[in-house]
Design a protein. Structure first.
Length: 271
């Protein structure tokens, strides 16, 4: 990944590691069940997680008894993840950037990146994930859409006034994607010639937030972390005031998780 704003944003989470751990929700249980079942892995399987954060998915995988290596480039995030993984002798957190990490000699049965794949170098990420896997191993990508378009959303409409006032990159034409807007196939996987047919599952979660909890969540998003501190305080105060004054202190957000699974080819074509 070339240097620039994207690199700084992917590193910004480390400065708020404890908040990240407190505010980011767990992954849906059904997603984790499907990930394990569809990938066909069981106790003792070798699993590599890329971009573990503070362990929102990592702990759930470790509880299944897999032999887990979790990569996290942020030292503060990695420290929290290690604390949570302390009970699991078969799991370790490695402080490393996957783009630069030297793959071990022994391949993995599963490589998973949850809300992290988009931060990897697009020129090399699929090839390196395939190289990390045994023949017939599985790559799992979890994409998260925070606030999927879901009918008439009055909070989204009114919150745009806060974005317009405080976000220097605000797009007045932005609308949250709906389920129908999102693709049901991944062109990158299909065009890579590294993986067999891809499986795709979706999980919609409705979550209620009060003003404090919702602002804590927003405070872990890379676009908000990119704001200058006075701008971030003003923006979050605007959102909190809106929730309290116009929505009786509580809102419901609709978050969409998408699970993509692709099995490596036994004899991939040279590229």
């Amino acid at each position: 990944m070339s240097p620039g704003r994207g690199v700084r944003r992917r590193e910004s989470f480390d400065a708020v590691a404890e908040l990240y751990d407190r505010a980011r929700p767990a992954y849906p249980p059904g997603l984790v069940d499907d990930l394990i079942d569809l990938a066909g892995i069981g106790q003792g399987a070798r699993v590599l997680e890329i971009g573990a954060g503070t362990g929102q998915l990592t702990v759930l995988l470790a509880e299944r008894g897999v032999s887990l290596v979790a990569l996290e480039l942020g030292p503060n995030l990695a420290r929290v993840a290690r604390r949570k993984l302390a009970p699991f002798e078969h799991a370790e957190v490695v402080g490393a950037d996957f783009d630069e990490w030297v793959l071990p000699a022994e391949p993995f049965d599963l490589v998973v990146a949850a809300t992290a794949f988009h931060w990897l170098d697009p020129a090399t990420r699929l090839r390196k994930c395939a190289d990390a896997l045994r023949p017939g191993g599985t790559l799992a990508i979890v994409d998260t859409t925070w606030g999927i378009g879901h009918g008439a959303d009055r909070f989204f409409a009114e919150s745009q006034l806060c974005y317009a006032r405080w976000d220097p990159h605000h797009d007045p034409d932005f609308r949250p994607p709906t389920m129908e807007d999102l693709p049901v196939e991944r062109d990158d996987l299909a065009g890579s010639r590294l993986f067999a047919e891809t499986l795709h599952r979706r999980y919609l979660c409705d979550r209620e937030y009060d003003a404090t909890r919702y602002c804590e969540l927003l405070g872990t998003f890379s676009n908000v972390l990119a704001f200058d501190e006075p701008v971030r305080r003003g923006f979050l105060s605007c959102i909190a005031d809106l929730i309290v004054s116009r929505f009786a202190g509580r809102i419901v957000r609709h978050d969409l998780y998408e699970l993509w699974l692709a099995r490596t080819l036994t004899n991939p074509e040279p590229i």
